[in-house]
Design a protein around this ligand. Structure first.
Ligand code: PFF
Length: 462
């Protein structure tokens, strides 16, 4: 079947901001600090950065290269390179499935952001103690109806953007709002640095503590790195397919990867000093951002404006990411079944909303009451860990094998080199993809599956 002419990004900056817009989202703003907190700080941030640099960014380049080469959606890419009946199409489907599952709980968290935006306008933190302010999240978390309502509104907004197609919708908005977010984050992080708890926060983040970070937590660091870079979710494959041959892939990947790493560090620097200054708990879990930041805002002059602005931008970054997730799912249906964009977007959003309901009700336990005792995590947590701990690393592993071992090296070399001047980087990149990424991911899976115990090697040292 002849492929319709593909829409392309209008400029390099447009693409970088859209890719960064997809990457920087709730993973960085919401998930990153809570996972760091749950792992007791320590080396976690450092390991996350190392993984991002040596495994995440190389895979990022690989996905863009595959997408650009094939000019199709996530599943179509594997079909067009390896044939319609190839096993590798599974990798594309795995990405689409991961995107779908992520979207189902992403909209719940983004909905909380919308809710905090509305509450900020009403100055909800006024005349409350730090404890009371941070407890407001618990009320929201256990109010299933409110969570569903805001998740629905958020999905509607996402739908509206994707409906309009990539240029007008995704590219346009990503530009303005990513820049505003960045400025606000830098300002808030600078303020946090002046708080009394700053030193303790740095110690918490950088110095391993007994009972805190365990080497086995590195799978979580890897999963988080994939999550934040939007890897193995079909997004970069799809976004790569809208790229022109003149685009410099390694440079673009390095710019986006650095932006993600920078924002992650900024967020942690903004949140942890608040936690230690106001004696909040660093292992706050899902609500860490909602529990700590309002406490910070309440201290500052112009609290209402700051808080409203922050949650507006929080929701916005969630939107640029959710748009990417929905785009991947829809683009696949358009590509594979010839559906119209409108039909694909509507059906995908509807399905995501249905699956989001049990996640929105996870805190109130109104649905699937025995889920928690049976699985040890509520529905929300189960979907999140299924995706971040297993599906994303698995998708990354298969993508690395595909590029490193299966397809024609000359073809991928040509795609890598098209548009870049960094010719000598190819061999290092290929080595990382062929050897380092798969071996690291397998080791981490073996650890997670209980076949090896790396904690023993590290913790045996007194
Ligand atoms: N990288 C996003 C984040 O960290 O919030 C999550 C994400 C967005 C993953 C978009 C995949 C995607 F397509």
């Amino acid at each position: 079947m002849a492929q319709p002419l593909r829409e392309h990004w209008s400029s390099r900056l447009g693409f970088i901001l859209a890719a960064a817009g997809s990457a920087i989202g709730l993973g960085t703003l919401w998930k990153f600090p809570s996972v760091v907190g749950e792992h007791g700080g320590g080396f976690f941030v450092f390991i996350y950065l190392v993984f991002t640099l040596f495994i995440g960014i190389p895979l990022f380049i690989g996905e863009l290269a595959l997408g650009r080469h094939a000019q199709r959606g996530a599943v179509g890419i594997f079909a067009s390179i390896s044939g319609e009946r190839s096993f590798w199409k599974t990798v594309g489907w795995l990405g689409v499935a991961s995107s779908f599952l992520i979207l189902s709980y992403y909209c719940v968290v983004a909905g909380w952001g919308l809710n905090y935006f509305m509450m900020s306008i009403n100055q909800f933190y006024e005349a409350h103690s730090a404890d009371q302010i941070s407890n407001i999240f618990q009320i929201l978390y256990t109010s299933g109806d409110i969570s569903i309502f805001w998740a629905f509104i958020f999905l509607l907004i996402t739908l509206g953007v994707v409906y309009q197609g990539i240029r007008k919708g995704i590219e346009f908005w990503s530009r303005i709002l990513m820049i505003s977010l960045f400025i606000l984050l830098v300002a808030l992080a600078c303020y946090s640095v002046t708080l009394d708890g700053f030193k303790e926060a740095v110690r918490f983040i950088l110095v391993p503590s007994p009972g805190g970070f365990k080497p086995s937590g590195i799978l979580d660091a890897l999963g988080l790195s994939f999550f934040t870079l939007s890897l193995a979710q079909g997004v970069l494959l799809t976004y790569g397919s809208y790229l022109r041959p003149s685009e410099d892939l390694p440079k673009t990947a390095l710019i986006v990867g650095s932006m993600v790493m920078l924002v992650s560090v900024l967020v942690v620097m903004m949140i942890f000093p608040v936690i230690f200054t106001f004696n909040l708990s660093p292992s706050g879990g899902a609500g860490l951002v909602f529990e700590t930041l309002p406490v910070l805002f309440a201290q500052l002059p112009g609290a209402m404006l700051l808080s409203t602005l922050f949650f507006a931008l929080f929701t916005f970054t969630a939107l640029t990411s959710a748009v990417a997730l929905l785009e991947v799912i829809s683009a696949n249906f358009i590509d594979l079944f010839g559906w119209s964009r409108h039909k694909a977007v509507l059906l995908s959003t509807g399905a995501a909303f249905v699956v989001s309901i049990p996640s929105a009700l996870a805190g109130s336990q109104d649905l699937f009451k025995s889920w928690l005792p049976i699985y040890g995590l509520n529905f929300f947590g189960t979907v999140d860990s299924l995706v971040s701990v297993w599906l994303l690393p698995l998708g990354g592993f298969l993508t690395a094998l595909y590029i490193g071992w299966h397809i024609d090296k000359a073809m991928i070399r040509k795609e890598f080199l098209s548009g870049t001047k960094w010719v000598s980087l190819f061999s290092i990149w290929f080595f990382l993809i062929k050897w380092v990424a798969p071996i690291a991911i397998v080791l981490i899976f073996l650890q997670k599956g209980g076949f090896i115990n790396i904690d023993k090697f590290f913790l045996a040292v007194p």
